[in-house]
Design a protein around this ligand. Structure first.
Ligand SMILES: Cc1cc2nc3c(=O)[nH]c(=O)nc-3n(C[C@H](O)[C@H](O)[C@H](O)COP(=O)(O)OP(=O)(O)OC[C@H]3O[C@@H](n4cnc5c(N)ncnc54)[C@H](O)[C@@H]3O)c2cc1C
Length: 475
C-alpha cells in the first residue's frame, strides 16, 4: 500500500526536521512551476536536505519505502525532468548544498556543491582570476547539480565543451543511500568505466549529485565580439569554417540569428537600439577570447579575410562592454521574443555542422507545406551544429488552434529531417518527460537495452526520477 502524502511528509520531517519539508501545495509552487508551463502535476512534498548526510538518510528511507525522488536544482530545465510525472514523488531540492568547497587555480580545478548557482560559480572562479566557462541564459537560477545532470551546453561549447567535458569528478548519493566519492581531479585515470560520465547527463535517474570537481581556465583579458551580416546559413557555414581556421580555440562562440528575431525584438521594445550594422537576412554573433599578453584585433583581421572573400556584407564590432552586452541580449532574447508573437513550437536539435543549412532549408520548407504562413525562427549554436529550430504561428492565427493542429505534426516533420541528416532529437536540453516516447522510437534498441540495464543495476527499486528519460522502471 503506497504511503499517503501526509505520511511521506511526516516521515521526512522526522529525518531532516520539519523546517526542511514543504508539504503545502500552495508553497510548493516555486518547485512545481517550470519554464515551459507544460507540466502541472503536484508532488507529495518538497525536501531541502541541509547536508549530504541528511540527503543520504532521505534517500535510504525512500528506497526502503519505494517513494520516488526527483532531484531538483534551479528548476530551469526545459523538458520537465525536474518536476513530477505522477504527482506522488518527493522533490529533493539541492539548494542548501551551496558551498564552493575549494578552488585551485594552479591545477585548474574548482570543487562546487550541487546547489551552487551557476552564476555564483562564475563569480567564485573570477574572484581567483579564473573562469568557469559554462554560460547559459538561465545561469542566474540554474545550479551545478542540474547543469551537470542535464549535461548543459550553452554558448561556449565551441571552445570549452559542454558540462560533461568540464567535469572531472562527481560525488553522488546512490539509490540505496551510499555515497559515491568520485571527486577526483585527475587528467588521466584509466581505472575502468568512467562513472562520472554516467552520472553527468543522467537527469537524476542514476544518483543524486552532491558535488563536482570542475575545470576552470585562466580568465581572458578581454573578448572581441561582432555581429556579422550573412546572406544565408550556407554563407554562415563558410564564415564559420574560415573563423575556425584563423582563430582555432580562441573562437568561443558562433551563433546564428535570423532577421525575423530582430524584427520581433524591435517590435516588442526588447532592445534599446538595433545592435546590427544594417539589415540582413541572417546574422552571426561571433566572439573570440583574448588572453593576457596577446595583441587585440584577431577578430577584426579574421573578418577582413571574410570580406575579401565576399562571405559577409557588413559587420559591427563591439567597442564597449555596453555594445557586447547589447549583442548578447539580442541573442539571448531569441526565445523570449517568440512568446510575444503568439504560440510557438520548439525543437532543440543537432546535426553534423555541414548539414545545418540543409536542416534549415528542408525543415522550413516542410513546415510551410504543413502549415502555410508558419514563421520559422531557427537560431543558436551553429558552431556546434545545434539549432533551436523554433516556429512561430502564422501572424494573426489563433494560438490554441495552431498548437492543437500542428504541435505533434510539426515535431514529426522536423524530427524526420533531423534523423535523415544524421542528427539528434535532443541536442542539449535532454529527454525528461517531454521526449520519453520519442527516445524509444529513435534510439538504437541495443543502446536502450544497455541504458535499462544500467538503470536496473543502480536503482533496482526505480526510486530516482521515476518515469523520466527511459520511461521505464525496474520491477
Ligand atoms: C532561459 C533558459 C535558457 C537555457 N539555455 C540553455 C542553453 O543554452 N543550453 C543548455 O544546455 N540548456 C539551457 N537551458 C536548459 C538547461 O538545461 C537548464 O537551464 C540547466 O542546465 C538546468 O539546471 P537546473 O539547476 O535548473 O536543473 P533542474 O531544472 O532543476 O533539473 C534538471 C535535471 O537535472 C536533475 N538534477 C538537478 N539537480 C540534480 C542533482 N543534484 N543530482 C542529480 N540530478 C539532478 C533533475 O532531476 C532534472 O533531471 C536553458 C533554460 C532556460 C530556462
Amino acid at each position: 500500500m503506497p504511503l499517503s502524502s501526509a505520511e511521506i511528509a511526516s516521515a521526512l520531517a522526522t529525518i531532516v526536521g520539519a523546517d526542511a519539508v514543504v508539504s503545502d501545495t500552495a508553497k510548493m509552487g516555486a518547485y512545481l512551476n517550470e519554464p515551459r508551463k507544460r507540466f502541472h502535476k503536484t508532488a507529495a512534498a518538497v525536501v531541502t536536505p541541509p547536508s549530504v548526510e541528511a540527503l543520504q538518510a532521505v534517500v535510504r528511507w525512500a528506497n526502503e519505502n519505494h517513494v520516488g525522488l526527483i532531484p531538483q536544482g534551479g528548476n530551469t530545465g526545459l523538458v520537465g525532468a525536474q518536476v513530477p510525472l505522477f504527482g506522488t514523488e518527493v522533490i529533493v531540492s539541492l539548494a542548501r548544498l551551496d558551498r564552493i568547497r575549494s578552488i585551485d587555480t594552479a591545477a585548474g580545478v574548482m570543487t562546487a556543491e550541487a546547489g551552487v548557482i551557476l552564476e555564483n560559480a562564475h563569480r567564485a572562479a573570477e574572484a581567483e582570476g579564473a573562469m568557469f566557462p559554462l554560460w547559459l541564459a538561465s545561469q542566474g537560477s540554474a545550479r551545478i547539480g542540474g547543469v551537470l545532470s542535464s549535461n548543459a551546453g550553452g554558448v561556449n561549447v565551441l571552445a570549452y565543451g559542454n558540462a560533461r567535458e568540464l567535469t572531472m569528478g562527481v560525488e553522488a548519493v546512490l539509490a540505496d543511500g551510499r555515497l559515491y566519492q568520485g571527486l577526483n581531479a585527475l587528467k588521466k585515470d584509466n581505472t575502468g568505466y568512467d562513472l562520472k560520465d554516467l552520472l553527468v547527463g543522467a537527469e537524476g535517474t542514476l544518483g543524486i549529485i552532491t558535488a563536482a570537481t570542475l575545470k576552470i581556465f585562466p580568465l581572458p583579458e578581454d573578448h572581441e565580439t561582432a555581429l556579422v551580416n550573412v546572406a544565408s546559413p550556407e554563407a554562415a557555414l563558410d564564415v564559420f569554417q574560415l573563423m575556425r581556421q584563423r582563430l582555432s580555440s580562441r573562437l568561443n562562440a558562433f551563433e546564428l540569428i535570423p532577421h525575423i528575431g530582430l524584427d520581433f525584438q524591435l517590435r516588442h521594445g526588447m532592445l534599446d537600439a538595433d545592435p546590427t550594422a544594417s539589415p540582413s537576412p541572417w546574422y552571426a554573433l561571433i566572439e573570440v577570447t583574448r588572453m593576457a599578453g596577446t595583441e587585440p584585433g584577431a577578430l577584426q583581421s579574421a573578418l577582413e579575410a571574410t570580406f575579401e572573400k565576399s562571405l559577409i556584407s557588413d559587420a559591427v564590432i563591439a567597442e564597449s562592454l555596453a555594445d557586447r552586452t547589447r549583442m548578447w541580449a539580442f541573442r539571448e532574447q531569441m526565445s523570449e521574443c517568440q512568446s510575444k508573437e503568439g504560440a510557438s513550437i520548439k525543437h532543440d536539435v543537432s546535426v553534423p555542422i555541414a548539414a545545418v543549412p540543409a536542416l534549415i532549408s528542408e525543415g522550413s520548407a516542410a513546415a510551410e507545406r504543413l502549415s502555410p504562413g508558419i514563421r520559422p525562427v531557427p537560431f543558436g549554436h551553429m558552431g556546434d551544429g545545434n539549432i533551436h529550430f523554433n516556429f512561430s504561428q502564422p501572424a494573426g492565427a489563433d494560438p490554441k488552434a495552431f498548437m492543437s493542429q500542428y504541435d505533434e505534426a510539426l515535431h514529426e516533420v522536423i524530427y524526420d529531417v533531423v534523423l535523415k541528416l544524421g542528427g539528434s532529437v535532443s541536442a542539449e536540453h535532454g529527454i525528461g518527460q517531454l521526449k520519453t516516447d520519442l527516445l524509444k522510437q529513435v534510439k538504437d534498441p541495443v543502446a536502450l537495452e544497455m541504458m535499462r540495464a544500467i538503470k536496473t543495476a543502480l536503482d533496482p527499486n526505480g526510486i530516482l526520477n521515476p518515469g523520466k528519460m527511459l520511461g521505464f522502471e525496474p520491477s
